[in-house]
Write a protein that binds this ligand. Structure first.
Ligand SMILES: [Zn+2]
Length: 342
């Protein structure tokens, strides 16, 4: 079987390797729009218990089932809370990791068939031959990421008994079945201006608990023996374009609703272990030592982010920065966006 997009593979990095960059990246996530990240605990609420009883009686008595169905469609709505750990509103680290990884996978294939892609698709799907019709599940996702979902890309399989020697750079960094990750995401907690409200989507029969714009979540990413170009990949996944962090979309209804899902990452500082000193000084980055911690922030951090970004663009040229949030704004009128009412 021939593939349209071949994979740009790299040698498997030893999971024990701590040289290069081992440390913690302190990261903020600032909400630009309202955001909902669901707890998974779904509550179905009935709007009208008297009507439900009447319909139940009609079903039992064998009345016209299709007419009962029409009435029943609008009876129930979904209610979902924001994720909480303890009493604190939180975005799970796994959600952040999934967001960054899938953005990289989609960016890698964005330019079409003639690209050697630097990412396999961790969730492979049959490429689309034509755009999904309006209203079918995922149609807005397809409009926004277009080429990335219409190409056929070489896949990867990681069988337990097989010895993996090379793999795509994204699996090498983020892990794959039987291959552990080299980046670990903490849960992000809302620490600043956390305003929790609810939003109702009438067309969807749904009430979501949301965080209002300007809420700030704080979290971190632990790096384990990561190279400069891999740090660059991580930054591109977070929306970095070499100058600034562009907005990205997160959570439920991010493609479907206006004024919903837009956030911006901010990298605050990098705290590294002594394993990283030699490597970082070798690329011209100076570190400050405070209380036995080696810290990179301010101008030196900006220099490191730029170096890492340029290195990633050089090694993985097919992964071009892309903001699905800007694309959503650009396509706005064609996306039939819905609005929530408070
Ligand atoms: Zn892969």
């Amino acid at each position: 079987m021939s593939f349209s997009q071949r994979l740009n593979k790299v040698p498997l990095t030893s999971r024990d390797n701590l040289s290069q960059i081992t440390g913690k990246l302190e990261v903020n996530l600032r909400l630009i729009d309202r955001v909902h990240v669901g707890s998974g605990g779904l509550k179905l609420k009935s709007k009208d218990p008297i009507l439900i009883k009447r319909l139940a009686k009609e079903i039992i008595s064998g009345k016209d089932i299709s007419r009962i169905g029409v009435e029943a469609v609008n009876l129930v709505f979904i209610e979902q809370d924001f994720v909480r750990v303890g009493n604190k509103v939180c975005i799970p680290g796994s959600t952040i990791k999934g967001l960054i990884r899938s953005r990289l996978e989609l960016m890698a294939g964005k330019r079409g068939n003639d690209v050697v892609a630097s990412a396999c698709l961790s969730i492979p799907s049959r490429p689309l031959t034509q755009p999904l019709p309006i209203g079918t599940p995922g149609w807005r996702h397809v409009r926004i990421w277009d080429k990335a979902v219409t190409v056929l890309r070489e896949g990867e399989s990681f069988l337990e008994e097989e010895l993996v020697s090379e793999l795509c750079p994204i699996c090498n960094l983020f892990g794959a079945p039987h291959i552990s990750s080299r980046v670990f995401f903490n849960d992000f907690y809302c620490e600043d201006r956390c305003e929790v409200t609810t939003c109702v989507f009438k067309d969807y029969g749904m009430r979501l608990e949301v965080l209002e714009p300007n809420s700030v979540f704080r979290g971190g990413v632990i790096l384990r023996g990561v190279t400069l170009e891999e740090l660059g990949l991580l930054l591109i996944g977070m929306g970095f374009d070499g100058n600034q962090f562009k907005p990205v979309l997160i959570g439920r209804m991010k493609y479907a609703a206006e004024g919903f899902g837009k956030v911006r990452f901010e990298v605050i500082k990098l705290i590294v272990s002594e394993y990283a000193i030699k490597y970082l000084e070798g690329v011209g980055i100076s570190l400050r030592c405070i209380d036995f911690n080696y810290i990179i922030d301010g101008d030196e951090l900006r220099k490191l982010l730029n170096l890492a970004f340029n290195e990633a663009r050089k090694k993985f040229p097919d992964i071009e920065p892309f903001s699905e949030s800007e694309e959503k704004d650009r396509l706005n009128v064609n996306l039939n966006l819905t609005r929530c009412s408070v």
